[in-house]
Ligand binder design. Structure first.
Ligand code: ADP
Ligand code: MG
Length: 676
């Protein structure tokens, strides 16, 4: 016997023992695997002429044996070789075993989630079975193999001899479950009941595109014998008939009004292997020169591999109900890679190859329309269901920001309205439009601070200074935020109160309004501004002049300080926005295109290291702070040592409040001690 890996064992135990309430879903999982296997065979037949698949025969068959207490799910799909049996059924969660942490899951009691995330659907069979046997024959092989396991310790794999009654004459798979013994609070016998099985198929697998068949017992009236007398009473007999249990009508062909949301949910879950219901379901029926139906879903949760290289975007593409591609990537842009769904068009030819698909104009037309539809659905969600949208953005917002960045801002008109950022002023997520609407008089830019911790950002001196002026600051904690903003440069807000060129124009407008005219509005492009980029427009003109004067008067001091820092900063100067005695004594800002936060992200990125672009740093000193007087005194007394000490401390301390590393922590600690 081969043993399950430890992590697999833990998961099995966790799963089998914690999801009692939903045991019945095992059938959906096995049928979905069977359907996948038939899909694979079918797709193979499109490209491999030797696979002559008789479409009419493709089916999934259920068999229940009340006496033996077994149920069997059979398919005539692609089957598995011995190696595939080992690989696919030998290791639970083989698809994501690295990320898999059974311990974590246990602690959070998040069992259901784990199953969905790691594609361990097959193992749900052990929720009802004490032993599972899989007999399978791979397409193109005449070997048949048997996998058996009690779902506890391990499994065995052996070849099935041709004279064994279980030997399969054609490719495909039989999954045979020996049901668990009944207990006081659970009867497993019910799964052999025709009624239960029919009900489960209808509920969970109704839209599986292959027939799910079962021999059912029916009764009929016997034919009246020719010699029957007047007192003949009709007689009944029972007979067996193979019945298709699922409707198979493609759900996307139906009008949304005729389908319950719960049906969509089940379709979504079984087709896209998700355990959570979709956050949003929407459909599209195009008529005219290019006809197609699309049924699209926004998942309730990001798949665990969404941001990994292995993640494949794409929609299922059908031509007249027949699957031609499982993940047609050309139908959705990268930034909507999370959208799942089905597109069916009778206008797309069946035997289309991947290369021709890419240039297919029809496909491009569909893709454009689908993209528009997704955008408008998201906008509707943003406007009508804030809570759901917040969750959505938490799941998928990063991809949207990345979409703006990677298109060099070309997609900003389409996507900027969907962005959400944390407002320091309102302490909640806001859109850029909402930010613009909340701007105070005289404010002409959108301010943001970037870093990895929201609380720390809120405490930054420059953020506080902006807030003190009534300006909101967006606190951006995702590494892509600043790149996104730089690609956008500005955001065009709509319907803002008009700003008049001069007093005369304003007065004229006010007069017109007094006479009943509506207040004028305008669209305005607002620059996106990092609060730690030195040239903030926060200070008033007086403050700026005062700062310039102080800077001039202290040229010698600042020059000496700059020399002390030995190339770490490009400039030391008076701060125009740290002006109160109670404000911080100093801060570090950046001149030029690379901000301090970007510098960090770039250094950590794939092209990081010595050659990554660096920010041009400026040390700003608060001239109103008592420390400044001390600096001046040291400079006047010619005490170079003291000045150097104070300067390094001020610089390091400013770095720390920005959340940046100090170059030499040991020296910093020693300097603090010297002061003590
Ligand atoms: P998932 O379906 O999400 O991949 P499962 O645990 O349900 O995860 O199945 C694991 C794997 O076992 C499948 O990916 C497939 O390769 C294989 N498998 C399961 N059932 C069948 C079947 N009936 N025919 C062929 N392969 C199957
Ligand atoms: Mg599965």
């Amino acid at each position: 016997m081969r043993k399950f890996k430890t992590e697999s064992k833990k998961l099995l135990d966790l799963m089998i023992n914690s999801i009692y309430t939903n045991r019945e879903i095992f059938l959906r999982e096995l049928i979905s695997n069977a359907s996948d296997a038939i899909d694979k065979l079918y797709l193979k037949s499109l490209t491999d002429a030797s696979a002559n698949v008789d479409q009419a025969n493709l089916a999934i068959t259920l068999t229940a044996d009340k006496d033996a207490r077994t149920i069997t799910v059979s398919d005539n799909g692609i089957g598995m070789t011995a190696e595939e049996l080992e690989k696919n059924l030998g290791t639970i969660a083989h698809s994501g075993s690295e990320e898999f942490k059974a311990e974590n899951a246990e602690a959070q009691g998040d069992a259901v989630d784990i199953i969905g995330r790691f594609g361990v659907g097959f193992y749900s069979a052990f929720m009802v079975a004490k032993e599972v046997t899989v007999v399978t024959r791979a397409f193109g092989s005449d070997e048949c193999n048997r996998w058996t396991s009690d779902g506890v310790e391990g499994y065995t794999i052996s070849a099935v001899p041709t004279d064994d009654p279980a030997y399969r004459a054609t490719c495909g798979t039989d999954v045979i479950m020996a049901l668990k013994d009944n207990t006081d609070d659970a009867s497993y016998d019910e799964y052999t009941s025709e009624y239960t099985l029919k009900d489960l198929v209808k509920r969970y697998s109704n839209y599986v595109r292959y027939p799910v068949q079962m021999m059912v017992t029916k009764s009929r009236q016997k034919e009246k014998p020719a010699d029957a007398g007047d007192d003949y009473k009709p007689e009944w007999e029972s007979y067996e008939e193979l019945e298709t249990l699922n409707s198979m009508t493609p759900i996307w062909k139906k009008r949304a009004a005729d389908v319950e949301q719960s049906e969509y949910d089940e379709f979504y879950k079984s087709t896209f292997h998700d355990w959570e219901v979709p956050a949003r379901t929407f459909s599209l029926h195009a008529e005219g020169s290019l006809e197609y139906d699309a049924l699209l879903f926004i998942p309730g949760k990001a798949p665990f591999d969404l941001y990994s290289r292995d993640y494949e975007k794409g929609l299922e593409l059908y031509s007249s109900n027949v699957l031609i591609m499982e993940k047609c990537a050309d139908l959705v842009p990268d930034y909507y890679n999370f959208v799942r769904g089905v597109v069916d068009s009778s206008d797309i030819t069946l035997n289309i190859s991947r290369e021709t698909l890419q240039q297919n104009r029809q496909l491009q037309v569909m893709a454009r329309r689908i993209e528009k539809k997704i955008t408008s659905e998201l906008e509707a969600m943003r406007d009508n269901d804030r809570e759901a949208y917040e969750k959505f953005f938490d799941n998928f917002g990063r991809g949207i920001k990345y979409g703006i960045y990677s298109s060099y801002g070309m997609k900003k008109d389409e996507l900027a309205g969907l962005l959400f950022f944390w407002s320091a002023k309102n302490e909640k997520f806001v859109t850029l439009q909402e930010y613009a609407e909340g701007m105070v008089e005289g404010q002409s830019q959108i301010y943001y601070a970037a870093g990895d911790d929201r609380d720390r950002l809120a405490k930054m001196p420059v953020v506080k200074a902006a807030l003190a002026k009534g300006y909101d600051v967006l606190l951006c904690t995702a590494d892509v935020d600043e790149f996104c903003f730089q690609a956008m440069r500005d955001f065009t807000a709509t319907g803002l109160a008009k700003v008049y060129e001069d007093d005369a124009a304003r007065e004229a407008a006010e007069k017109a309004q007094a006479d009943g005219a509506e207040a004028e509005t305008e669209d305005r492009a607002l620059m996106l501004k990092n609060v730690s980029s030195g040239d903030l427009d926060l200070a008033t003109d007086e403050e700026k002049t005062a700062a310039e004067k102080t800077a001039k008067a202290n040229e010698g001091l600042f020059g000496a300080m700059k020399d002390t820092l030995d190339g770490a900063v490009a400039k030391v100067t008076v701060s125009a926005h740290l002006t109160g005695e109670g404000d911080a004594p100093s801060c570090v800002t950046a001149e030029g295109p690379v901000s301090l936060e970007m510098e960090q992200v770039l250094a950590a990125g794939p092209d990081g290291g010595e050659n990554a672009p660096k920010a041009t740093r400026v040390l700003e000193v608060n001239a109103a702070h008592p420390v400044f007087a001390k600096l001046q005194a040291a400079q006047e007394a010619g005490d170079a040592e003291k000045l150097a000490l104070y300067t390094s401390l001020l610089y390091d301390q400013a770095l720390l409040t920005e959340g940046l590393p100090v170059a030499d922590p040991v020296a910093f600690a020693q300097n603090v001690c010297k002061l003590m």
